[in-house]
Design a protein around this ligand. Structure first.
Ligand code: SAM
Ligand code: SF4
Ligand code: F3S
Length: 440
């Protein structure tokens, strides 16, 4: 009997890409995608470990669905970073029937088949390099994908930066850059199959090629931008320690590279940056901002910030607030520090209480929100290009997408517009979403 699968994705874009790979592996192995989890026999939770809250959310989700899945004889699969971190205990405690680590995502269809036939192995957590060849493969563009306009393209897997608070290097393993020829060939095939926008993915894309002697990131970006038919190229994430002037020059040279730069700062205090092992200081970070400002002009900048790192004093925290006000990010992902076992920061004395962390976080969010609003408001009356992504969640007669600077926008439209590259005029701002009208 044909089995139906459903994938629920948590965490970062890496996981979104992995879920796409899993979907394609399921289809290639004869499984069918279910419309809802209730309609599926195989439920995959593609999980994240970056903060304790991310893991707690998944466990709560599984616990609330568990009885209904078990009653219909379904299979609970935990995949992704949390599977890699705590896999053995998940199967032992009967939270999951099967655990599959991030390296194994592209062959999950085969793994499930093996499990269903033999049931003698329920843990697939190896970090075997050989499984990587399938990640950059045109076969991953399935029949079902033909109408979509965007694809994630993972260019590096893993991370070797070991920021002292971060679990990622442990769960995703060492830095692996995929071959530049394969990446370019893959993107050419994507373009021929109708893809208009791509996002190059890696924990630190700026480090591309440093592990295998391939071309540096700025040269790869240059080559990708020359691919005919690709109208918009995003790349995440950049690391300030490796963000070179060459990258800014390549962006400037190509009108299809988005001027939306994501450059995680984490903290505005040099002392905390050092404790975080970020390997740059504020002088360096500000130099990059000045260069971007001078060379790109019409750009947007976003960041990640952590408050309440062990030992963060009031002065350290004020430095973060000061730089947030000075730099004026378009948006920021802001977090309270979450201790992760086996990371170096876990060993530091965490003297700041949870309440203090939340207080610091809320104040920071309040300040950033006002800045984001002002920056969005400044887009009113501007003419922008955008690719229509989907029908708006709030109204069937409206569509939504992101402008070239990745600001979210809603405008009148229908499902006929999805995937079209259009020119719009921004008319107003509602909440954190721009409202526009189509002009071309
Ligand atoms: N590789 C990217 C980078 O270097 O910025 C992203 C890493 S992580 C997937 C996304 C963000 O989560 C980080 O930039 C950091 O702000 C946050 N983060 C990571 N570990 C954390 C922790 N232990 N507690 C709170 N936030 C954390
Ligand atoms: Fe984590 Fe740092 Fe690597 Fe980003 S660069 S994934 S924050 S260790
Ligand atoms: Fe989470 Fe793994 Fe991404 S820990 S943030 S899903 S790399």
């Amino acid at each position: 009997m044909v089995q139906k699968f459903y994938i629920e994705t948590f965490g970062c874009q890496m996981n979104k890409n992995d879920s796409e790979l899993m979907e394609s592996s399921f289809r290639n192995n004869g499984f069918i995608k279910a419309e809802s989890p209730d309609d599926a026999k195989i439920i995959v939770y593609n999980t994240c470990s970056v903060r304790q809250h991310a893991e707690d959310r998944v466990i709560a989700r599984i616990n609330s669905a568990k009885n209904s899945i078990r009653n219909r004889g379904g299979l609970i699969v935990v995949a992704g970073c949390m599977a890699q971190r705590t896999g053995q205990s998940l199967t032992r405690d009967k939270v999951a029937d099967l655990v599959v680590g991030p390296y194994e995502s592209p062959r999950i269809g085969e793994i499930i088949k093996i499990y269903l036939n033999e049931k003698n192995r329920n843990s697939f957590l190896s970090q075997n390099y050989d499984n990587f060849s399938r990640r950059i493969n045109i076969k991953n563009v399935t029949e079902n994908d033909k109408n979509i306009w965007h694809k994630w393209v993972t260019i590096t897997h893993g991370c070797e930066n070991f920021c002292s608070y971060c679990i990622v290097p442990y769960v995703r393993g060492k830095l692996i850059s995929f071959k530049s020829e394969s990446i370019i060939e893959y993107i050419r095939s994507l373009s021929l199959s109708g893809i208009k926008e791509i996002t190059l993915l890696g924990q630190n894309v700026n480090q591309y090629g440093t592990d295998n002697g391939d071309i540096p990131f700025y040269k790869l970006l240059d080559k990708v931008a020359e691919t005919e038919g690709i109208l918009k190229i995003n790349f995440i994430t950049s690391h300030p320690k490796d963000f070179s002037e060459n990258i800014i020059s390549v962006i400037k040279d190509h009108s299809n590279i988005s001027r939306s730069i994501h450059l995680p700062l984490q903290s505005g205090s040099d002392r905390i940056l050092d404790l975080m092992n970020r390997q740059y200081n504020m002088k360096h970070y500000m130099k990059i901002i000045e260069k971007i400002d001078k060379e790109l002009r019409n750009y947007s900048i976003t960041t990640d910030l952590i408050v309440g790192f062990p030992g963060e004093s009031e002065e350290d925290y004020s430095e973060t607030l000061k730089y947030v006000k000075d730099i004026r990010f378009d948006d920021a992902y802001m977090y309270a520090y979450s201790p992760r076992e086996n990371t170096p920061a876990f060993e530091l004395e965490d003297s700041i209480t949870r309440n203090e962390k939340i207080e610091r976080l809320n104040k920071l969010i309040g300040i950033q929100k006002k800045i984001s609003q002002k920056k969005l408001r400044a887009r009113i009356d501007k003419t922008e290009s955008m690719i229509v992504e989907r029908i708006s969640k709030k109204s069937d007669s409206q569509v939504m997408g992101k402008t070239f600077l990745n600001h979210p926008v809603v405008l009148p439209g229908s499902d006929q517009d999805i995937g079209k590259n259009i020119i719009i005029k921004i008319k107003s701002l509602k909440g954190a979403t721009l409202q526009g009208i189509r002009i071309v």
